[in-house]
Design a protein around this ligand. Structure first.
Ligand code: PLP
Length: 451
């Protein structure tokens, strides 16, 4: 029995799985922040190509992956599925643990799975430059990589505090030809407004999104690209789950539980949606989205219409949210710090189709160290949330004396996160739970949408 289950390049999926036709009920409309009326494709055209706008609302269950995109996917896909035998032994669990490893991509995470098609469709539409935001730097580096493959320019508004915390992510973006601008910046109205009130503002993902959207909306040759949250991003990420299903079939297995960490939700969507699709055929698989206790969007937020960004430029969506001016504490799982969540993931959670859990960061790093010492791979701090939950499920199986098949998403490696590991190993990593009172306060500023 193999440790790694690998597929041939010919087995890279030829289509993405679109969950929209299989959702429990109609989608809530996305709302224009100026008019407070549902957005039309015309509203989106200044910042997205038509092909992606169509995917955003497509009723088609299967959507062809362009050959040019599959050609680039071949550089690292299919990604390996591992059976975590050594972790199972370390835990003494009867459970079988599998993990799908997305850290083999050039940028070290799942994010190029959508960066590549987004760059491709924009190139097709005659766009010359993409603008985006990045928190910890994984998305910015993935988009810089994708733009370099298609000859596009790439401007990345990087949350200011991350520029100093993650200097090597910045270097990566630059070596792939991207231009990195610390956010809030003097280059946009959104940035200038914030700096006028608070010159030392360290930035947030919400502010950086405002700057990137404004840049794209005010330049004809420039579009905007988002690394998570949107339906088309979740769609592109389904290559993860589609491959994992094939690989588990080779191993003769099917998961009882599928676990992935959840920031904006695309990595969770990518792994879990193809399994959720099997529910129609009567397969009972639990899916758990895992988030940090310091940014507890699903577990402590509300399901409501909210702005996608701090400056209220991005569309309003029905989603779980902590409030669009939520300022997350500086935890190390930088990729999980968005105030909202994918509308698709939110709707599934609200309908009880999926579960959610929140973990504090010390518990996650403890799991990550055990994993690194048994399986060898250093997990990204984000991925360690899924890993921690998988460990708990495996320990529970041991306590209950039950067999169980667990699949979790190892969304990236943590080799550029040594600062975080240093903090954990030296005992200086603090746990932080976002205070209820602050959530309540932020929720008073939700938009009043009446349709
Ligand atoms: C960005 C990132 C995440 C969070 O992804 P979402 O799709 O926004 O939930 C998880 N893991 C890694 C390694 C990341 O880089």
């Amino acid at each position: 029995m193999n440790t790694k289950i690998v597929l041939d390049e010919a087995q890279i999926p030829k289509q993405w799985y679109n969950i929209i036709p299989d959702m429990p009920g109609p989608l809530a409309p996305v709302v224009n922040p100026q008019t407070l009326q549902p957005v039309t494709p015309d509203d989106m055209l200044p910042i997205f190509p038509m092909s992606l706008i169509e995917q955003e609302m497509s009723p088609q269950r299967w959507i062809d992956i362009p050959d040019e995109v599959r050609e680039i996917y071949r550089l690292w896909r299919p990604a390996p599925l591992y059976r975590a035998r050594r972790l199972e032994q370390a835990l003494g669990t009867p459970a079988k643990i599998y993990y799908k490893y997305e850290g083999v991509s050039p940028a070290g995470s799942h994010k190029p799975n959508t960066a590549i098609p987004q760059a491709y469709y924009n190139k097709q539409a005659g766009i010359r430059r993409l603008a985006t935001e990045t928190g910890a730097g994984q998305w910015g580096s993935s988009l810089a990589l994708a733009c370099s493959m298609f000859g596009l320019e790439c401007t990345i508004y990087m949350v200011k505090v991350s520029c100093t915390q993650k200097p090597y992510r910045k270097s990566m973006m630059q070596l792939w030809g991207g231009t990195v601008i610390p956010s809030p910046s003097e280059f946009t109205n959104a940035g200038r407004t914030i700096l006028a009130h608070d010159p030392d503002n360290l930035g947030s993902l919400g502010i950086a999104i405002s700057e990137a959207v404004e840049d794209a909306a005010t330049h004809d040759d420039t579009n905007y690209a988002l690394g998570s949250v949107l339906n088309h991003v979740c769609l592109h990420q389904t290559v993860i789950g589609l491959e994992a299903k094939e690989q588990l079939a080779i191993a003769g297995d099917y998961p009882d539980v599928v676990i992935a960490c959840c920031g904006g939700g695309s990595n969770f969507a990518g792994l879990s949606f193809p399994f959720i699709a099997d529910r129609a055929a009567g397969k009972q698989v639990r899916c758990i989205a895992v988030e940090p206790a310091s940014c507890p969007t699903l577990t402590k937020g509300v399901y409501a219409f909210d702005y996608g960004d701090t400056a209220k430029l991005a569309p309003i969506a029905m989603m779980y949210t902590l409030g669009h001016d939520f300022m997350p504490p500086g935890i190390h799982a930088g990729g999980l710090r968005y105030h909202g969540d994918s509308p698709l993931v939110s709707q599934l959670y609200n309908a009880g189709v999926i579960e959610a859990k929140a973990y504090k960061q010390n518990a996650c790093f403890e799991g990550a160290i055990l994993f690194a010492r048994s399986e060898g791979i250093v997990p990204a701090p984000e991925s360690s949330h899924a890993l921690r939950c998988a460990i708990d499920e495996a320990v529970l199986a041991k306590e209950e004396g039950k067999e169980k098949t667990i699949l979790f998403g190892l969304s990236g490696h943590g080799q550029l996160d040594m600062g975080a590991y240093d903090a954990y190993l030296s005992g200086s990593l603090e746990d932080y739970e976002y205070p209820e009172a602050k959530i309540k306060e932020a929720l008073e500023r939700l938009p009043k949408v009446q349709l």
